[in-house]
Write a protein that binds this ligand. Structure first.
Ligand code: ZN
Length: 321
């Protein structure tokens, strides 16, 4: 295959972090995350680089209301040992103007209006984690279909799926729900559901600090949908992560781009808007440098820039489907 670069962004508002009280209460970080989306669009569009924005379904809404006295009675719930309460307990059941971290129609519109040819993809309806030990098939099917329906309500058809927390589950239900591809965990490493921390965290941190070469891979067909390989996230600069230098960030991504070029593989970089909040200006600078590297390789004809959807379509066309 042609060496390729994919950049995907998980847009989740507070749906991805509400179970951590410190983040739920951090209005400055939430505002920084909202402002990061137009900032990323500007960097991408200046370089004519299309990206994939995987948006939580609830953010396609501009409002919602209580039914039967509770949020979203139509949605079945998973139940996780690390979140014993109702998954929708913090849903404000209001609108985007009064609760912009729970609704994101204007972000969706900004991405759609942007000239860069970006893909709007799905990140679940409520960011419920597809951990098969705690989410049964009925809940998974409801998440997939509610995510597609919410996007359709904003006039968008989503065909690519990014699993919340990169926990891959209920894969056989993706194709019947209308999806054509999903993002694999980085280097195919299984991910752990729940609040941040735990095994592997120190190792991942060390790789970022050292600028270690990230994994590259090739798409493949799994359960009738295309698994898009993934390489590494752009992480934030909060807490101990302030020790990850700009130079290490840029060098690490450059090693990924080089490996893709050399091996005829995919370097897939991904991130969250939250990574650019607070101290995130430095993180945004390093993203700009990485996008310069990708655009230079593209301009020399050495790498192709793809969205998840365009890569899946190309793969399926090549597979004779
Ligand atoms: Zn709601």
């Amino acid at each position: 295959m042609r060496p390729s670069f994919v950049f995907s962004v998980d847009v989740e508002g507070l749906w991805g972090v509400f179970f951590v009280e410190r983040w739920r209460g951090d209005a400055a970080a939430a505002r920084g995350a909202r402002e990061a989306v137009p900032a990323m669009l500007r960097l991408l569009d200046e370089r004519r680089l299309p990206a994939t924005f995987a948006v939580v379904g609830h953010l396609f809404l501009d409002r919602c209301e209580r039914g039967d006295g509770r949020p979203h009675p139509e949605m079945p719930r998973a139940s996780y040992p690390w979140w014993p309460g109702d998954w929708y307990a913090h849903d404000p059941c209001s609108d985007e103007a009064s609760a912009p971290d729970w609704y994101g129609r204007s972000l969706v519109e900004a991405i759609r209006r942007s000239p860069g040819g970006h893909e709007l993809a799905s990140h679940g309806f409520s960011h419920a984690v597809f951990d098969e030990r705690h989410m049964d098939a009925a809940v998974a099917a409801a998440e997939f279909s509610a995510a597609r329906r919410a996007a359709a309500g904003a006039g968008v058809e989503v065909r690519s799926f990014v699993y919340p927390q990169n926990v891959v589950g209920h894969g056989p239900l993706l194709a019947p729900a209308g999806f054509t591809c999903f993002r694999a965990p980085d280097g195919d490493e299984p991910q752990r559901a729940g609040p941040p921390g735990g095994a592997g965290r120190a190792i991942r941190f060390a790789r970022h600090v050292a600028g270690a070469a990230p994994p590259v891979g090739r798409p493949r067909l799994v359960h009738g949908v295309v698994e898009i390989p993934s390489s590494m996230p752009i992480v934030g600069a909060e807490g101990i992560r302030v020790l990850i230098s700009r130079r290490a960030r840029v060098a690490r991504a450059r090693r990924g781009l080089e490996a893709a070029r050399r091996e005829g593989a995919v370097f897939h970089l991904w991130t969250h808007p939250h990574a650019f909040a607070g101290r995130g200006a430095g993180v945004l600078d390093s993203l700009a440098a990485t996008l310069d590297d990708a655009a230079a390789l593209r301009d020399r004809g050495e790498i192709e820039v793809a969205t998840m959807g365009s890569m899946a379509a190309g793969f399926l066309a090549g597979a004779g489907r």
